[in-house]
Design a protein around this ligand. Structure first.
Ligand SMILES: Cc1cc2nc3c(=O)[nH]c(=O)nc-3n(C[C@H](O)[C@H](O)[C@H](O)COP(=O)(O)OP(=O)(O)OC[C@H]3O[C@@H](n4cnc5c(N)ncnc54)[C@H](O)[C@@H]3O)c2cc1C
Length: 398
């Protein structure tokens, strides 16, 4: 992409990482994405390639064997990967969130125990807040951990766990009895180590099979059932219970930038496909791009791609500078996911009947884009976060 979604002020290292990832996406992801996605096949070779490039340790500090790169670098890498195939970005996204939570909130022992192996891609992270009865309303979590003499016993059911079967470390948010008045102060994140796979993977812990989804195929999304599962007290993230909501919200905040980046990637690809197709397809004696209605669609699509990219980059830079970015991450996620759905739809229309054929990439993008309206908080939840943040800063003096 010569012109759109450029980012000013990157370091030489960032430019180099992005160029390497872009080549990898063009050679190793795009040519295989359709077949793997239609077969709902886990992209094992691509994941190995990402391990070799060090992408699993991209943001993990160098002292733990990672590359110590910023959220911005990560987001730009994700944008590139999602341009190739969103499911591949899904494999590293949950890993990245768990690594971030450990880096920010883990005890020294937890960091030492997990981060070096996470950087090498040996330990692969997933995270779980949602349950069958709740997603947006996180404070209503029912899965419960009860403290005994030898640690905790967990009972309950989790839902929509991305990489549930293919990860071996899951950060799980559950209820504990801290006697706090506010429900979210009674939530604790546990670091659940488990083998990869499905079925009863440990006594009291079952990962039923993959949920059959509309898109976002290849990457597994599962339930997680706890039935008297026992876990040591030192697996509480940060050591102290009752802090889980804060930890997860911090993770989700970087996750929102990440979802915005994915949306940018899909929108870029949808635009690339549309501008290519519109110069080849002819109707009424000329290329369809010569009909102003189509050229204007492309202009609007490109403008949306550009706006979403800039807001995503702004939100990432803000977080990297150490400032709170809840409003900006919410705005970036909101606009990037909504624009992604619109740009993808327009690209689909430009493809005419062929857009409905499974031979054309746009068909897959059409099934991927809607997930971004939901994951890491729906558009309605983003608007709630944004408006609350605005009212914090623009309080009436009247
Ligand atoms: C493919 C996939 C992968 C996922 N991966 C993960 C994962 O790895 N880990 C994880 O924890 N979760 C994951 N999720 C869950 C996801 O985060 C939730 O689906 C999402 O947060 C929405 O929750 P819900 O589905 O329960 O919808 P609900 O919360 O039931 O919302 C239903 C509708 O009501 C609206 N709504 C809800 N509350 C309000 C309100 N206060 N005001 C206005 N409107 C409101 C919502 O916007 C939505 O339109 C995944 C979901 C999918 C589909």
């Amino acid at each position: 992409m010569a012109r759109l979604a450029q980012t000013a002020g990157l370091t030489d290292i960032q430019e180099e990482i992005l160029a390497t990832v872009r080549t990898f996406v063009d050679k190793e992801i795009i040519p295989h994405a359709q077949t793997l996605e239609h077969g709902d096949t886990y992209p094992a070779d691509i994941v190995e390639g990402m391990k070799e490039m060090g992408l699993f340790g991209l943001t993990i500090p160098e002292e733990y064997g990672g590359l110590g790169e910023s959220l911005l670098t990560y987001a730009l890498v994700v944008e590139q990967i999602a341009r190739g195939w969103m499911s591949v970005s899904g494999v590293i996204n949950t890993h990245f969130i768990v690594a971030h939570m450990l880096k920010q909130h883990g005890t020294p022992e937890q960091k030492q125990k997990y981060l070096p192996r996470m950087a090498a891609g040996e330990v692969r992270g997933s995270f779980s807040m949602s349950e069958p009865e709740l997603g947006s309303d996180v404070a209503a979590i029912r899965t419960k951990a009860v403290k005994g003499s030898n640690g905790y016993t967990i009972n309950g059911q989790k839902m929509w766990l991305t990489n549930g079967g293919t990860s071996n470390l899951t950060a799980v948010l559950v209820k504990t009895d801290e006697g706090a008045e506010k429900p979210h102060q009674n939530l604790t994140t546990f670091l659940v180590e488990k083998p990869e796979g499905y079925g009863e993977v440990l006594p009291g812990l079952t990962i039923p099979g993959k949920i059959d989804k509309m898109g976002y195929k290849g990457v597994d999304t599962t339930e997680m059932v706890f039935d008297g599962f026992e876990i040591a007290a030192d697996q509480v993230l940060g050591g102290a219970p009752g802090q889980g909501f804060r930890h997860m919200m911090d993770g989700v905040e970087v996750g929102r930038v990440n979802v915005a980046a994915r949306a940018c990637g899909i929108a870029i690809r949808a635009f690339e496909l549309a501008i290519e197709y519109s110069q080849q397809r002819r109707t009424f004696g000329k290329a369809i791009v010569e009909h102003q209605a189509i050229a204007f669609k492309l202009a609007e699509m490109a403008t949306k791609v550009e706006a979403a990219h800039l807001m995503m980059v702004n939100a990432a830079r803000l977080k990297d500078s150490g400032q709170r970015n809840d409003v900006e991450a919410g705005m970036a996620k909101l606009i990037a996911s909504e624009y992604c759905a619109e740009v993808t739809q327009e690209s689909f229309r430009i493809h005419g009947g062929y857009g409905y054929s499974k031979e054309y990439e746009i068909e897959r993008l059409m099934r991927e884009a809607p997930f971004l309206l939901i994951g890491e908080g729906t558009s309605e939840i983003q608007k709630t976060i944004i408006s609350r943040g605005l009212l914090r800063d623009y309080q009436s003096r009247g």
